[in-house]
Design a protein around this ligand. Structure first.
Ligand SMILES: *[C@@H]1O[C@H](CO)[C@@H](O)[C@H](O)[C@H]1NC(C)=O
Ligand SMILES: *[C@@H]1O[C@H](CO)[C@@H](O)[C@H](O)[C@H]1NC(C)=O
Ligand SMILES: *[C@@H]1O[C@H](CO)[C@@H](O)[C@H](O)[C@H]1NC(C)=O
Length: 701
């Protein structure tokens, strides 16, 4: 099979070279040429599309066919009725859903500005409205119809006359199903319907397995890079249709088995994988979104496949932020089903996230980050090793705390904010390293060459069936309620770790496919809707909890009929030149460093404040390269890095050191929170997509 595939790719490459025509920029325009469909099947030259090293992440569109401009943004009317400030392209900063005009304008803008510069699209779900108007309740039929309509619009946007040009990888959101949040184990009608709605996005060979579990992957760079669409409904704590990820009968268990087999296959084929889903593995010391057993398994899987996974992309939260999973929190007893819950019990996060609960959540993340080791100790270590200074021991310890020179103790989850204008509508374009892949055959060329052969490979054997036959026949207990006997030797297939001596993966060390940065685009609806006078903007006040009617709730639009300006996205910020984030790439280590700096704004870290790492940062920048060359400390970490340290002890002794320093008068007096505060406010400003004034952000804590 692999050989045949290899042959086909080679053939595709040759074919595209042999029949190539010069690519033109207009080739991918929206409108179909007359007779375009008729030419299908004739010997058509392949497009020979080149890789651009960029892709689009779009999420949470929430189109609402009942949205009407100049209606009320208040609860219960939800921009459907009454008179109020709802704008033509959406009611920014409110909890109203998106007008169809916004979805349409967004896709048109992408079509005009992005299509030629992106390689694929990651689309992380929620393409139906919320159930926020009692007068117009949601129905299954409408939810599916809106999803079909949106999927068709995506299909049109990313196609030429012969079909899809840019592969689109969709996934479910918790609002794409009815009743919301509840998805029963497959196969079922919902999964069957989505198999059809997304027929042009799900590879033919995987449609059957999609009906079974709602998961699939697309080789967005054939033979090199795949995007894995995870069905996070089976991990989601609020899904009453499932229990956990440890019982073999659970769809979450099967999902992880599928993922284990597929990622192993990626490793064997020398491929890398991007993971994506709707509900992220958000988990603070107080709250979480996934069932704990699923979080545990996910973190363990990512740890084992740290050589394969390039990055993890999610939506759902509507706020721009990121997460760091700590592999030291993996508890095998939970993964094996020997223990149900962690010692810390966390609440399930609220479904509709108000600005107040978002702020609380972000503060919890910040406080958790206050405990992160300082990655600059890696650089100090090198510096000191060179100068043979006495502090060497501390550097070593720091390196160990990070899980080696690449901070492999941690995993990064990137969460993009939404199109639905709870803040401003926003899009993310991520750039990745394509060194050495410049001439790799693109998805469209490969697919069309295969099509032209009209000899598609037979569907691959159903992996889930093969796998499940090997499953142990026992069940660990049965459902939650029946507290059964605990098996002594639970059959837990744990993924293989990277081969000994394998180099760090693209999420950890810069190399081909590593994410190098992203640009966040936003549409300033206050400007575009052109309804609110700037003078009246001054006394904006926000509602902190419950339904949010938005900044303009008491205002009257200045025009009788909406007179919006031309719709456009503009750059909100870019990690390539953000002077405060200072992310030289999107590797885990870069984000551990950022999170560490944000954590400094936490009261919890105040006692830990040392000489500002910013000041030795510049000097140590040059040392980074040599720090990277440090011998791999993985062996120290233990083969699988699962060994548990008591971090608190380490933290305490560090505190002790700091206190002693203070007494000696070595510590400079600093402004309360210092630079950490600046980084935190910058992060908060991005979280709310630049909709909040400086004073508002300051007031949040
Ligand atoms: C948006 O609407 C315009 C006008 O109705 C239409 O011409 C265009 O094709 C639509 N775009 C998309 C992406 O549906
Ligand atoms: C991309 O990867 C190549 C090969 O590993 C490396 O030389 C180059 O520096 C990387 N580029 C960036 C921008 O990280
Ligand atoms: C958005 O537009 C409004 C009205 O023109 C302006 O006052 C505001 O500063 C803009 N916000 C951003 C973040 O550009």
């Amino acid at each position: 099979m692999a050989l045949i595939k290899y042959f086909l790719f080679q053939w595709a490459l040759l074919a595209s070279v042999a029949f190539s025509v010069p690519a033109t920029g207009t080739q991918y325009a929206l409108q179909a040429e007359a007779g375009g469909a008729g030419s299908r099947g004739q010997q058509q030259p392949a497009t020979q599309r080149k890789l651009r090293g960029r892709f689009l992440h779009i999420t949470d569109l929430h189109p609402d066919e009942y949205y009407k401009a100049h209606t009320s943004t208040e609860a219960d009317t939800a921009c459907h009725r009454g008179r109020g400030p709802a704008g033509a392209y959406g009611a920014e900063t409110s909890d109203c859903d998106s007008p169809l005009a916004l979805v349409n304008a967004t896709l048109d803008w992408i079509s005009a500005n992005l299509i030629d510069s992106i390689d694929f699209v990651v689309w992380t779900g929620d393409s139906a409205r919320h159930d926020s108007d009692e007068e117009i309740p949601r129905h299954n039929k409408d939810i599916l119809a809106m999803n079909r309509r949106t999927a068709d619009a995506f299909q049109d946007t990313f196609s030429d006359e012969k079909g899809l040009v840019v592969p689109v990888v969709p996934t479910f959101g918790n609002n794409d199903i009815y009743p919301h949040n509840i998805l029963m184990p497959g196969p079922n009608d919902i999964l069957k319907t989505y198999t059809d709605i997304w027929r042009s996005f799900i590879p033919e060979a995987q449609r059957h397995s999609f009906e079974f579990g709602g998961w699939f992957y697309t080789e967005v760079i054939p033979g090199k890079l795949a995007v894995f669409s995870l069905n996070t409904m089976y991990f989601f704590d609020r899904n009453a249709g499932i229990d956990d990820c440890v019982h073999p009968s659970e769809p979450g268990y099967k999902h992880f088995e599928w993922l284990r087999v597929q990622l192993q296959s990626m490793r064997t084929r020398g491929m890398k994988a991007i993971l994506m889903g709707h509900v992220p593995p958000a988990r603070t010391s107080a709250k979480q979104l996934w069932d704990e057993t699923c979080w545990q398994k996910y973190t363990l899987w990512l740890e084992k496949f740290r050589d394969v996974v390039v990055g993890s992309l999610y939506g759902h939260m509507n706020i721009d932020h990121f997460l760091l999973q700590d592999t030291k929190e993996i508890d095998l007893a939970i993964v094996e089903g020997l223990r149900k819950k962690n010692v810390v019990s966390r609440e399930t996060m609220d479904d509709d996230i108000s600005i107040q609960s978002s702020t609380d959540y972000l503060k919890e993340l910040r406080d958790d980050w206050a405990r992160l080791p300082d990655p600059t100790i890696l650089e100090q270590d090198v510096e000191e090793a060179g100068k043979k200074k006495h502090k060497k021991k501390k550097g070593k310890k720091g390196k160990k705390k990070l899980g080696g020179p690449w901070a492999e103790r941690y995993q990064l989850t990137l969460i993009s904010p939404s199109i639905v204008p709870n803040y401003f509508p926003t899009l993310r374009v991520i750039e990745y390293n394509i060194t050495g892949l410049e001439d790799a055959p693109s998805w469209v060329d490969t697919m069309r060459a295969l099509d032209a052969l009209s000899n598609r490979p037979a569907p691959e054997p159903e992996l889930h069936e093969l796998e499940l036959r090997q499953e142990p026949s026992f069940e660990i207990g049965k459902r939650k309620k029946k507290k059964g006997k605990k098996p002594k030797h639970p059959n837990l297939p744990i993924p293989n770790a990277p081969e000994k001596g394998a180099p760090p993966g693209p999420a950890y060390a810069p190399q081909p496919l590593t994410f190098t940065g992203f640009t966040q685009y936003y549409a300033n609806l206050t400007y575009i809707n052109n309804d609110i006078t700037t003078e009246s903007m001054e006394n904006d006040e926000m509602s902190l909890s419950g339904w949010n009617p938005g900044k303009h709730k008491d205002k009257t639009p200045k025009h009788k009929k909406p007179q919006p300006k031309k719709f456009a996205f503009e750059v909100e910020y870019s990690t390539f030149d953000d002077k405060i984030y200072k992310l030289k790439d999107l590797t885990v280590k870069s984000f551990v460093d950022l999170a560490h700096r944000i954590g400094k704004a936490s009261a919890k870290s105040k006692a830990l404040v040392k000489d500002d790492p910013e000041s030795n940062k510049e000097a140590s920048e040059q040392e980074l390269e040599s720090a990277d060359a440090l011998e791999d400390s993985e062996s120290e970490e233990g083969e699988d890095g699962l060994e548990h340290n008591d971090d608190d002890d380490e933290l305490d002794s560090e505190l002790e050191v700091e206190r002693k320093k203070k007494h000696k008068g070595h510590k400079k007096k600093k402004k309360k929170h210092g630079k950490g505060r600046k980084t935190w406010l910058h992060f908060l400003n991005h979280a709310f997509v630049s909709t909040r004034s400086k004073q508002e952000l300051e007031g949040m804590g």
